[in-house]
Design a protein around this ligand. Sequence first.
Ligand code: GCB
Length: 667
Amino acid sequence: MAFSLSSLFLVCYILKFTLALIILNKEIETSRGMLYPRESETREVRTLDGIWNFVRSDETNPTQGIRDGWFKDDLSKSMPTIPMPVPASYNDITTEQTLRDHVGTVWYDRKFFVPRSWGQDQRVWLRFGSVHYEAFVWINGRSAVKHEMGHLPFETEVTHLLNYGAENRITVMCDNALIQTTVPQGKISEVANDDGVTIIQSYTFDFFNYAGIHRSVHLYTTPKTFIEEVEVKTNLSQNNSVGTVDYSITVNGTAANEAENTLFARLQIYNREGVQVANVTSDSKLVGSLQVDNVKPWWPYLMHSDPGYLYELEIRLYAAKEQLLDVYRLKVGIRTLSWTNTTFLINGKPIYFRGFGRHEDADVRGRGLDNALMARDFNLLKWIGANAYRTSHYPYSEESMQFADQHGIMIIDECPSVDTENFNQVLLDRHKSSLEQLVHRDRNHPSVVMWSIANEPRTGQVNADTYFQFVANYTRSLDSTRPITAAIAVPSNDDKAGRHLDIISFNRYNAWYSNTGRLDMVTQRVISEATGWNKKYDKPVLMSEYGADTLEGLHLQPAFVWSEEFQTEVFSRHFKAFDALRRQKWFIGEFVWNFADFKTAQTYTRVGGNKKGVFTRARQPKAAAHLLRQRYFALGREVDQCNVPNDLFTYIVDVGASNVNHDSADL
Ligand code: GCB
């Protein structure tokens, strides 16, 4: 009896364990529309950015606002409100710890006018650049849209919800709670404190869980029948002299349904000088191709003297008898990507990445869109000679993607999956959805050269294999023109996901988390780890994170952890490894962690946040920035034959006798 009972337990246990491991590759809902809002002859755009009214819910009663119908009238009639800027994270706006660390729902509302003219013969759409993490939206008290997943846009038609030529109210409830089935994952617990109990949000990822309406809110109009989606794919002839732009247009609207065969589009491509260089008239399928002779390909920064070349694609949608319905314009960079198990090429030329992992993070506004900061960051990227960054650890603003296109900065575009563990079905579906939304949003950006499907997932776990097979294959089915990677931190021997990727990225902190302070234990370890990855999977490898926390202004000689000298030395030891690895053609890039200091949750390993920035949080260089700049330009000169700036080396001495000028000419 004892035997059979225990075997029953064992069977039950195995069954439970096995069931937990079974994950299915289910169909998921796909996104629609989402073209970046742009004005044209047929479209108007308004922003609802500005100061909104704001209420923090009681953490122990997060659904109170729904039950009490706060969305039915002005928020201020239900609760006292405070002013809150949009876009911005709400966490650091006030001086209250309770708001900074708030867990659960918050509410926003504001009033706005809609012109009378918008009510006539057109449609109106409401679009959020991103709300973290979950958003519920009402217009004039009626439900408009619901969306889950931070850092990604969502939109809905609000034509039927608006008062035209009159005042309107928009109400948003935002929930920042992260649990085991959200992307990224977190845990919520109730913990005793001095006043009773409190709700705690914990998470393993290393950045502050900023929340709120993070990016712009737009209202825009479209004609009744309009261009809902445009997808472009570009190619180059063998010698890069002829470019092709394959397009596919999706139309939304009654004219599309009723008179399907009569719709057509005229597409024209203009160069930077505004000269038309290609045009075509489509048939009713709205799918086709344009050819650009003497094309100027899109090149990354420092890989060409005219990087980031963008054409403008103008799309005019017509109904029968040349009746113009809609006009939309899109910037297009013409380039090709190809990869093998030893190399990654752009326009037929091997890429060597020199870049950063970054964060969208700033004092006061947190993760909120900040155009001034974005412009400064791109100036710093160019100053330092970087040609790439990874959008660690979530999709960045659409405005920054447009900047990257213009400046020729290559992007490894990462979805919001960080430290993923306890793989389960709901998580898999959401993870795939995050990639679907990301690819849908960013597929037309020439700057996006790779998809990163996760950062530091626990790929040693037994079901990581199936899980990442589903995630990688799904991403590939969405876009086969770009390679897939993930930034992995488990040792290559334990990893079960790499075989599903096209390019292996690995994160490692030699002399910091392992062998702290041991500068003599960096170079060989980096070489052997990179080699191990290549041996195991026979794929190109890049180092996606390395670095050391550095307190600006702390100087210690000889180098000691946290000092500026130490960061400089850690970089230098890595450079040595990278140079040895570069001789192996399969090693394709180096990414410092991090571009700038950033805020994290409170822990005893973080002094006011993560200090691994090469720049401070105020975007000023630390000592290592100057060294990195010399390396990135030296690499640019060696691998891409770029020019180096005159101020790369500071004048030191004129050694008259030998007639040598110790300046950039020595490079
Ligand atoms: C990592 C993570 C990154 C952290 C970094 C660190 O491996 O990918 O999010 O911030 O280490 O500094 O610990």
